[in-house]
Design a binder for this molecule. Sequence first.
Ligand code: ZN
Length: 446
Amino acid sequence: MAEGRTVLVGGRASDTTADTPGAVAEIAIADGLIAQVGSAAGQVERRGGDTVIDVDGDIITAGLVNTHHHLYQWMTRGRATGCNLFDWLVTLYPVWAQLDVEDVLAAARVGLAELALSGCTTAADHHYLVPRGDDSVFDAIATAAAEVGIRLHLARGSMDLGESDGGLPPDHVVEDTESILVSTERVIDRWHDGEMVVVTVAPCSPFSVSETLMRESAALARRHGLKLHTHLAETREEEADCLARFGQRPLAVLEEWDWVASDVWYAHGVHFDDAEIARLAQAGAGVAHCPSSNARLAAGFCRTRDLRAAGVPVGLGVDGVASNEQGTLMTEMRQALWSARQGTQDPAALAAADALDMATVGGANCLGRPDVGRLVPGARADLVVWPGEDLADIPDPVEALVFGPDRRARLVFVGGQPVVQDGMLRGLDLAAARRDLAQRARRLWP
Ligand code: ZN
């Protein structure tokens, strides 16, 4: 069809090859998909009826993919700032227990808006707090995603192992195993469309779930052909807990529970040894790397260089802002770069293009989305135009973007539809959403 195409021209192309995602000079969008891509001026043919947008030296990349988040944590920023993971969780569980569905909606609105404004077009939210068993909390998150206009991987999280059963969370924040499974089926029925909302089955972490929940969740997800997600190998404390309770390291425990496979991606994956990395690669299981959260909670550094070299799909996740404070993938790209180099003392451990690769293709691979995270013909037209006027002196636009100062997207398309224009969200009044959130968050701290 000649009519209805949108053609972006005038971008700064990077030196990366066609196989690695980079910045492109020109791109044509039609029917929600990428129609044509050009790495030099004039490569995309102009047709009558095209809407041509000159991006004037800005940087065009694929939309970013966030593989791990807890949107509700926008309610509890800036708290428990001197804690490791377990102390931080024990401090915040009782506060999170006060949240209601409206609070989660308010947090999801702001969290997803911040993601969209910083170039994210697909976001996974791992939500495992279901106050009083009210699973309309998942409707709230999906509603917020529809308002903002980005793709949501709605991870129906869960916890069924309270303190009295040897778990970390207090009993009053966990759910009954059977109720979780029934609710998960309901959430799939209500929301899963495979495109804008993809439901994932996501028990929380080894120290908050039962073996029954893990096994039944895996079976449920596989009946529906859905992905599985959980926290794994985040801290040494978690490792010690698994050794004490099961006599095995975290990955071996999950192996027994049938949770090491290509339909699984784990959040964090900090403390994998060489044999475990080889096993992940063999299984095709992915890792959501959350470098800011790992740094703030002193969890350790994820072996991204080794994971990627072994062929493990590695994406980026912002994790909740209660352990991150910013909630944008732009900062995670840079932190991933810093953490890999600092942890290995190898300046070649990760390059800017690798960080962008993790934030796009790597994340899409974790989520099982071959249709996003790529600027190739036929992929969904999810893309970002980044302001580049202050970076024009830097030779490689991807290096400029990743090494450079934080920035907001100028223009974001999801499925060819503009979600952010001139740096402003189209679907949501962000100032009002921020005020609502701040008012609600203050209530939690009398
Ligand atoms: Zn997390």
